[in-house]
Design a protein around this ligand. Structure first.
Ligand code: FAD
Length: 239
C-alpha cells in the first residue's frame, strides 16, 4: 500500500509519486465528496521497488509529512502490530473509498459535459490516418482520439491494433467471494501512451486506483497535446 494524502496541500499532491511523476496536470481533489478517509498509513520496507527513504523524500518534496522508522520503534508505537523491517509512517495519509470515488469521478465527467454509457461494450477500436472508429452494438462512433482504459481486457480489445503493447499478464485474486483480475506488465510500470489516435492507460499492476486522478490528467494531456508524452518509465519502446 502506498499513501494517498487525505487532504492534499496542493492539487499537485495527487500526482503519482513515481520517478519524475507522469506528465500532466493535477487531476483535482475529491475531498468533500466522502471519497477519501483520513487515516495514517504504515508501509513496510519490503513492499516497494524503490526504498522507503526515497519514497519519504519524494513525499517530503511535495509537502506531505513522512518518516522512516525501524520495525522495533514502530512496534513500540503501535502495540499489537508486528513489523519485520523498516516502516514508512505518513500521518496525513488516507484510504480511498472506491465506490464513492467512482461516483465522484462519474459526477465530474457528467458535470464537464461528458456522457457515460453503461452496458455498452466496445466491440472494436479501429484507428486510421484521420481518427478512430469506436464500434459498439448501438453504432460506430467516430472520434479524433479514443482513450482506452479497459484493464485486463486491453489485449483483447487492442491486440490487433498494432500498438506494440507489452504483454499484460493477468493474475487473479480471490478475496472473500469474488475474483478480480489484475493486469501486470513485465516491469510493473504502467503504460500511459499515445499511438496515433489511440491513447492507452493500462498495466496498472495492482496499483492503479490511488493514481487515478494523476493518470487521468496524463491521459488528457496525451489527447490534447500531440507532442506530449508521459514520463519515460510509462512509455512504450520506440521502434
Ligand atoms: C484484489 C485487488 C486489490 C487492489 N488493491 C488496490 C489498492 O489497494 N490500491 C490501488 O491503487 N489499486 C489497487 N488495485 C488495482 C486497481 O484496482 C486497478 O489498478 C485499477 O482498477 C485499474 O483501473 P482501470 O480503469 O485501468 O481498469 P479496471 O478497473 O479493470 O476497469 C476496466 C473497465 O473496462 C471495462 N471494459 C472491459 N472491456 C470493455 C469493452 N470492450 N468495452 C467497454 N468497457 C470495457 C470493464 O468492465 C471495467 O469496468 C487492486 C486490484 C485488485 C485486483
Amino acid at each position: 500500500m502506498l499513501t494517498l494524502p487525505a487532504y492534499p496541500p496542493s492539487p499537485g499532491a495527487l500526482r503519482p509519486p513515481l520517478p519524475d511523476g507522469p506528465r500532466g496536470r493535477a487531476g483535482g481533489r475529491a475531498t468533500g465528496s466522502g471519497a477519501q478517509k483520513r487515516r495514517a498509513a504504515r508501509t513496510r520496507g519490503s513492499a516497494h521497488a524503490v526504498g522507503l527513504e526515497e519514497i519519504a523524500r519524494r513525499l517530503g518534496a511535495r509537502g506531505i509529512p513522512a518518516e522512516v522508522i525501524s520495525g522495533a520503534e514502530a512496534a513500540g508505537r503501535w502495540p499489537g502490530m508486528r513489523f519485520e523491517d523498516t516502516v514508512l509512517h505518513s500521518p496525513d495519509a488516507g484510504v480511498a473509498r472506491a465506490a464513492a470515488a467512482l461516483r465522484e469521478l462519474e459526477r465530474r465527467v457528467v458535470a464537464a459535459g461528458g456522457e457515460v454509457r453503461w452496458h455498452t461494450p466496445v466491440r472494436a477500436i479501429e484507428p486510421d490516418s484521420d481518427g478512430v472508429d469506436v464500434v459498439t452494438d448501438a453504432g460506430t462512433h467516430r472520434a479524433d482520439v479514443a482513450i482506452v482504459t479497459v484493464g485486463a481486457w486491453t489485449e483483447k480489445l487492442l491486440g490487433g491494433a498494432g500498438l506494440g503493447l507489452p504483454p499484460l499478464r493477468v493474475t487473479e485474486e480471490t478475496p472473500a467471494h469474488f475474483t478480480p483480475r489484475m493486469p501486470t506488465t513485465p516491469t510493473e510500470a504502467f503504460v500511459l501512451e499515445r499511438v496515433g489516435p489511440v491513447v492507452v492507460g493500462a498495466g496498472f499492476s495492482g496499483q492503479g486506483f490511488k493514481f487515478a486522478p494523476g493518470v487521468g490528467a496524463t491521459l488528457a494531456d496525451l489527447v490534447l497535446d500531440i507532442d506530449a508524452s508521459a514520463a519515460e518509465p510509462f512509455r512504450l519502446p520506440r521502434g
